[in-house]
Design a protein around this ligand. Sequence first.
Ligand SMILES: Nc1ncnc2c1ncn2[C@@H]1O[C@H](COP(=O)(O)OP(=O)(O)OP(=O)(O)O)[C@@H](O)[C@H]1O
Ligand SMILES: [Mg+2]
Length: 308
Amino acid sequence: MAPRLPKALKLDDPDVTLRRDEREAFVASIEPVTMNSTVDPRAELISSPQRLAVDVRDVSLTFETADGKVDALSNVSLQIADGEFVSFIGPSGCGKTTMLRVIADLQQPTSGTLLVNGMSPEQARLQRRYGYVFQAPALFPWRTIEKNIKLPLEIMGFSDSEQRARAAQYLALVNLNGFERKFPWQLSGGMQQRVSIARALSFDPALLLMDEPFGALDEIVRDHLNEQLLQLWDKTGKTVLFVTHSIPEAVFLSTKIVVMSPRPGRIIDVIDCNFPRNRTLEARETPEFLKIAQRVRIGLRAGHSYDE
Ligand SMILES: Nc1ncnc2c1ncn2[C@@H]1O[C@H](COP(=O)(O)OP(=O)(O)OP(=O)(O)O)[C@@H](O)[C@H]1O
Ligand SMILES: [Mg+2]
């Protein structure tokens, strides 16, 4: 059945405090599937015995700006298996956000190939195979918490009862039962960020793209959310791509850490982390943890330019 289009979405409300690029990305990531799309949303998955969640091959992206060309990504290749938790770390401007946006089909590469869950990024977007969590919670202030979570579900044409059930299910998953009728401004930053995670999970995407979701939070709240996110990943088996500037956060959360470097934006190291899935914050004191953190630090130092 064709999805029911929303009657009125007030995405241009002047009260919205989202950055323009965040608003555009959010709208694009949940835009209704239109029937004149060149892509058949029912397209079959490309069958492959060991399907990768993300398969990036030789991808480059050059922005043409008034000041000349910017090589945001240069010959990036990366294979991410289903169920991995992959962190991207690197100095400002090394292409972390660009990488997520290319995977989410919010930006097109200049060259190279890309598969997301075995299909093109456009197919993956139209089939809503990913949820996107931004650095700012990107909630709509005139909607209650429950209605914020329901927004993508409304756009996708879920029935009212299914919307209600899913909102309750995912609010419980991020420990926010009882906050349905509150407005975003009545919640703390950490709680708002949990709402935006619940919203990204509400339509059960296999892939979760998270761009510095905890960057603006204090360390205690961040620690707590790190533990919650790890449990959630363990429970749901989703693939998570997570951007961060924090070495301990990357090492604690990840099965794989991708270290990037700017000008041109590229991958300079990929580090496997094999900590038990049910690890606790105490794992950060172990020699294994410190060894990986040290390797990330060395990679960052090698790729960092101090001449600005
Ligand atoms: N739309 C755009 N037009 C022109 N240049 C852009 C655009 N988007 C990103 N860039 C440039 O591409 C490079 C990579 O940007 P990107 O936002 O991916 O970096 P980042 O690693 O996410 O940085 P940060 O840690 O500060 O968020 C930067 O030099 C940036 O200025
Ligand atoms: Mg960024």
